[in-house]
Design a protein around this ligand. Structure first.
Ligand SMILES: Nc1ncnc2c1ncn2[C@@H]1O[C@H](COP(=O)(O)OP(=O)(O)OP(=O)(O)O)[C@@H](O)[C@H]1O
Ligand SMILES: [Mg+2]
Length: 242
């Protein structure tokens, strides 16, 4: 499998006066088609790492390579192009467009990608059916939907344009365990069908244990890495205990 993302000595320091080292020289390689989960305590740097991988923020040091291209110093235009073409985002605060209904929100990335309107609508409706729980709610706007329903719309939107990498920050954070399972199964199905890569920050260990690899981040460093082997996981590093 080829490496879709390579991260070398990635560093992020926030603040001018009092500095916070949010990421401390992280090295990480992610294979194409891998489903990776990232766990760790609050404030450990998980979202910071996702935001850097997702080209939503710039590092203080180190390098990020995407599909063999060093994108660390890419121009804002190039970053925007890569975000649209390669990446799909699922956040806990889903940032849906308030004036558009569920179908229109999911259609948006497809229309931006130049997909014909009828085809975009068809694909949006099909995906919204797959994420479930939105029967008869497809024409409602975000403020007319529940938190969990909006989250499903956000999942459908992130997947719509078939991005090669899907990044999720607590992608099922608002959902009950049955709905979370349903979303995870959909992500897995797409992963198998299209070899999409998934990077998921989660507090839900039941979900993490279904992925191919679990990274545990503590104080801005990778404290532990566990890889799936058969039905279980093996640690590939010296794992710290909490
Ligand atoms: N914009 C910012 N300015 C200053 N400090 C920040 C900023 N964003 C994050 N931090 C700090 O960086 C550290 C890592 O934050 P991050 O959001 O990556 O944590 P996290 O692991 O995602 O936590 P959580 O599980 O609570 O979401 C924290 O100490 C946080 O306070
Ligand atoms: Mg976070």
């Amino acid at each position: 499998m080829t490496n879709i993302i390579e991260i070398k000595k990635l560093r992020k320091v926030y603040g001018d006066g009092v500095e916070v080292v949010a990421l401390d020289d992280v090295d990480l390689t992610i294979k194409e088609g891998e489903v990776l989960s990232i766990v760790g305590p609050s404030g450990s740097g998980k979202s910071t790492l996702l935001n850097l991988i997702g080209l939503l923020d710039t590092p203080s040091g180190g390098e990020i390579w995407l599909k063999g291209q060093n994108i660390t110093d890419a121009t804002p235009t190039e970053r925007a192009r890569l975000r649209n073409k390669e990446l799909g985002f699922i956040f806990q605060f889903h940032h849906l467009l308030p004036e558009f209904n569920a179908i229109e929100n999911v259609m948006m990335p497809l229309l931006i990608a130049g997909v014909d309107k009828d085809e975009a609508k068809e694909r949006a409706v099909a995906l919204l059916e797959e994420v479930g729980g939105l029967e008869d709610r497809l024409h409602n706007r975000p403020n007319q939907l529940s938190g969990g329903q909006n989250q499903r719309v956000a999942v459908a939107r992130a997947l719509a344009a078939h991005p090669s990498i899907v990044i999720g920050d607590e992608p099922t954070g608002n959902l009950d365990s049955k709905s979370s399972d349903m979303i995870y199964e959909l992500l897995r199905k797409l992963n198998r069908q299209m070899n999409q890569t998934f990077i998921l920050v989660t507090h839900d260990m039941t979900m993490a244990e279904k992925t191919d690899r679990i990274l545990r981040i503590v104080d801005g460093k990778i404290a532990c890495e566990m890889r799936r082997e058969g039905d279980g996981f093996v640690s590939t590093d010296l794992c710290q205990q909490d």
